[in-house]
Every structure is written in C-alpha cells, then in structure tokens.
Design a binder for this molecule. Sequence first.
Ligand code: ZN
Length: 152
Amino acid sequence: MKNRFCSLSFLVALALGLTAGVAPALAAPRVIEITANDQMKFSVANIDAKAGEELKVVFKNVGTLPKEAMGHNWVLLKAGVDVTAFATAAMMAKDTDYIPAAKKGDVLASTPTLGPKKEAEVVFKAPAAGTYNFICSFPGHYALMKGTLTVK
Ligand code: ZN
C-alpha cells in the first residue's frame, strides 16, 4: 500500500511539473550563487559544469551605489564570441538592458541589470564541452567583471 501511494505521489508531482512547464523537483537545477559589488567584482571567477547539466545562477548586486552608476548584470556568451566587440556594442544598448539587439544571438543566458540589493536568477542548460565567457555588460565593467564557465 505504502509503495503504491509513493509512486502515485511521484506521478502526480511529475504531472504537475509537466503541466507547469518545469522539471519535477527531483531534477532541480544546481544553484550557483554569484554576487557583484561596488568594486566591480564578481564573487565567482569560474563555474565548472557537465554538458547538459541544468544550472540556476542566482545573481545578487550586494553594492549600494545607484543602478545608473553601478548597475550589474550577468551575461553568458556563446563560445567564440568576441567579448570586447560584444561589450563595446553593449555600452550603447541601455534601452535593451545592455544586451545589444544585433548581438542577442551571442548570448546563452543573462540576467537583467540590477541596482543595489536586487536579485535575479536565470536557469539554463550547460552547453557542449568547452570554455564560455561570462561578463557584466554594464558600460566599462567587463574588463574587471568577467569569468568563465568550463563545461566538461
Ligand atoms: Zn557590473
């Protein structure tokens, strides 16, 4: 009896998960917490992952300066994307939250640009094996605010 109840609960949970368009709780993504501060630093410089692994980046701006002066985002770029070219175009892309419309296809995952004490999250699947750059594309930040996702 107990077993039947358990498997039934699982099926219900699975059905609910599918209905909601999200994976069931058993396949919850691995959470990676990254903070950004007024010193233009990410708390994480490298993320290791397995290809296809589901990841959830929880991104927090722990600074106190206003968004207009010290906003931060987290942008993961596809392999082979020219980071300098992307960041240069992003400087002019305030209206699209520093993701240049013409280079949207260069982005694997990104968060909105956050002001102080704000938090955002993004869920994505780790791409194929390789090294991927992530940056903050707020004007002038990418030289200091960068890191890599290493997928094996
Ligand atoms: Zn930044």
